[in-house]
Design a protein around this ligand. Structure first.
Ligand code: UDP
Length: 324
């Protein structure tokens, strides 16, 4: 593996991006970050600010001139910049559409000039409200009404995947699409509705832990360090080009049990309360009952195996929040 590469990470000051930056620098690469700091935070990369191998640019992926200059210098791109978080998307639907659609198109168009390899971060949200568990890459994607903004994120990421595959097939750009499933870890903030940092924050403050709906809905949570390790490997895997790949953990937990686990691990006196969906989200919000990835594809491709248990990851998050 060549560890002397120049790499662009869009959204590099975000939760996943900052962990990736750290790891790639540690391996000896030179990193360029572009981040508009909408959800990303400088604090996430503060410990790297004096590192000569890191170049941070505050800017938007929609600034094509800037993107052209950056992409002209690099060997690889991890395209992680996106409007994320359920609440954010419901509040700013247009922002989400523009960043997620035009941003990805700009990255691919500029990458095409020198056939720079691009890894596009997609999401388990693209499966929409499909109820076939576990989700396999080839499965149908089932979306709700156009009048329900809740589906904008899923839709825009779905189009990003098509864009990536089209640039791969028609323009010979080496593109890899990765669908992340509920990635968690230190530096993720609960502000945008993500459940684990939210529960940990509530538990540490002895505030009620807010389970939405009846809490029987399930998710499978993946540790950010496992995810980073996998995407770096995928970037170096020829077979991954032109593919859409699920990435996550395949152990399922109900949100009720997650709340209990967080309460136990924080030794919190918090009460666990249930909040009806219509109070937790704007009208018409549809939550997914179960979400589990089929990860046989990535297992086969790179021998992927999640290393961290949910308990270990929650403990890392607790430690991070206690120090923050
Ligand atoms: N959730 C919850 N309490 C919270 C935040 C989220 O019960 O404070 C629920 C949410 O309704 C969903 C699950 O936790 O069923 C995961 O939510 P998250 O936003 O983290 O991820 P996603 O819905 O994208 O899987």
């Amino acid at each position: 593996m060549n560890n002397n590469k120049k790499i662009l990470i869009t959204g590099g000051a975000g939760f996943i991006g900052s962990h990736l930056t750290e790891k790639l620098i540690e391996q000896g690469n030179e990193i360029f970050i572009i981040d508009n700091l909408s959800t990303g935070r400088l604090e996430n990369i503060k410990h790297l600010q004096d590192n000569k191998k890191l170049h941070f640019v505050k800017g938007s992926v929609l600034d094509e001139k800037l993107m052209a200059e950056l992409i002209a210098q690099v060997d690889e791109i991890y395209h992680l910049a996106a409007a994320v978080g359920v609440k954010h998307i419901l509040e700013k639907p247009l922002d989400c559409l523009l960043v997620n659609l035009n941003g990805t198109e700009i990255v691919l168009r500029q990458a095409e000039k020198r056939k720079v390899k691009v890894l596009i971060a997609s999401s388990s949200e693209v499966y929409g409200k499909g109820d076939k568990v576990p989700f396999k890459e080839q499965d149908d994607r089932v979306y709700g009404s156009v009048y329900n903004n809740r589906w904008i994120y899923a839709f825009s990421k779905g189009v990003d995947e098509f864009l990536g595959l089209a640039y791969y097939k028609e323009k010979n750009v080496p593109v890899i699409v990765v669908r992340f499933f509920n990635v968690i870890g230190p530096r993720q903030v609960g502000r945008y509705g993500m459940v684990v940092p939210n529960f940990v924050k509530q538990a540490l403050k002895s505030e009620p832990i807010t389970v939405y709906g009846n809490g029987n809905q399930t998710r499978s949570f993946a540790d950010v360090d496992d995810i980073i390790r996998a995407i770096i490997k995928l970037m170096d895997t020829k077979q991954a080009e032109g593919q859409v790949i699920n990435l996550g953990a395949d152990k399922e937990i109900s949100i009720n049990n997650l709340a209990k686990k967080v309460k136990e691990l924080t030794k919190s006196s918090s009460k666990i309360t249930h909040i009806p969906y219509n109070q937790a989200y704007p009208d018409g919000f549809e939550d997914l009952r179960r979400r589990v990835p089929d990860i046989s594809n990535v297992r086969r491709m790179i021998g992927y195996e999640p290393k961290f248990s949910l308990e270990e990851t929650i403990k890392k998050i607790i430690k991070y929040q206690q120090q923050a």
